[in-house]
Design a binder for this molecule. Structure first.
Ligand SMILES: NC(=O)c1ccc[n+]([C@@H]2O[C@H](COP(=O)([O-])OP(=O)(O)OC[C@H]3O[C@@H](n4cnc5c(N)ncnc54)[C@H](O)[C@@H]3O)[C@@H](O)[C@H]2O)c1
Length: 278
């Protein structure tokens, strides 16, 4: 819903690292910026009690519409995007914190349709992606030829679904874990490749099957994650960026990504019935 006023009501689904950060920021800085918290949901609501004001705790996510939000932010798990994404878009703009969920072509298509049908924006935060708007511009002009993203992290920072990294040892150095399309990578490392998923959204014409990615384990990376982006355009045009994202050992999310999420949320004021990288 649009309130007609300049105040945006925000619902947060998920109270892990990102959820806690966003809730704290909205409570502290939101009112001055025209943002107020409408609800916080977590699958285990005990985690919220005594920390989040009682009236803001939503016990049952199916009742989200009662809180009349302008924007709902998912920061928990791709499953919640699958289960609730369409419902969220029928009522509010939706910022999908786990865009790896969009690698499922059927869900991707349904969310795009819902966004159009209800004139609500499906926002995809750029996360640790550098140059997303530039990639999107090349894509929209039809001159983006190829896109490759490499994410290198300490092995303790990966959460993989298979057993490719169960045997790592400190000091082993660099190991390429997987190279392939972002569509293939998303199910393998759903929590680690959201940045690549955002890139696949920016490069919509290449899409999840056309954008290539690589995940690399490197025991030397104790203090930061590295995100490399290689963009290829026509006539020898190319861009290569290397982003060092400070991160603690074992952290899935680099520390600069938190601030990036907050800045993304500030953009979510409604951009019509479409997908928007923010
Ligand atoms: N877009 C990006 O660049 C980016 C960056 C970091 C994290 N993420 C994604 O955002 C989400 C949250 O990240 P985080 O760092 O806060 O994670 P986190 O592990 O700290 O917190 C996740 C929260 O979701 C809950 N949760 C886990 N599985 C769930 C499920 N199946 N259903 C409902 N709730 C569930 C957990 O209990 C926890 O409260 C993750 O999906 C992560 O992959 C995206």
């Amino acid at each position: 819903m649009e309130t007609g006023s300049s105040t945006l009501r925000i619902g947060i689904a998920g109270y892990g690292h990102l959820g806690q950060y966003l809730v704290e920021k909205i409570l502290k800085d939101g009112p001055g910026l025209g943002l107020i918290l409408a609800f916080v949901w977590n699958r285990n609501s005990d985690k919220l009690k005594g920390v989040v004001p009682a009236e803001l705790i939503l016990e049952d996510l199916s009742c989200f519409a009662d809180r009349r939000c302008d924007v709902i932010v998912e920061v928990c798990h791709p499953q919640i995007v699958r289960d609730f994404g369409l419902h969220f878009l029928s009522q509010s703009h939706f910022m999908v914190g786990s865009p790896s969920a969009l690698s499922d072509p059927d869900l991707n298509q349904k969310l795009r349709q819902a966004s159009l049908q209800y004139s609500r924006t499906l926002y995809v935060p750029s996360g640790a992606l550098w140059g997303g708007q530039d990639i999107q511009r090349l894509n929209d002009s039809g001159i983006l030829k190829a896109l490759f993203i490499r994410m290198s992290k300490h092995p303790s920072c990966f959460r993989l679904t298979g057993d490719v990294l169960t045997d790592w040892t400190e000091g082993e150095g660099r190991r390429v874990l997987f190279r392939g399309s972002v569509a293939e990578l998303c199910p393998l490392a759903p929590n680690n490749v959201n940045t690549m998923a955002a890139a696949a959204v920016a490069a919509g014409k290449l899409g999840f099957t056309g954008v290539q990615g690589e995940i690399v384990s490197d025991t030397a990376l104790k203090d930061y994650h590295v995100v490399e982006v290689e963009v290829t355009g026509p006539d020898g045009f190319s861009v290569h960026t290397v982003r060092r994202n400070p991160a603690k050992l074992g952290a899935v999310t680099g520390s600069a990504t938190y601030n990036s999420f907050w800045n993304s949320l500030l953009i979510c004021k409604g951009h019509g019935g479409r997908v928007h990288l923010c």
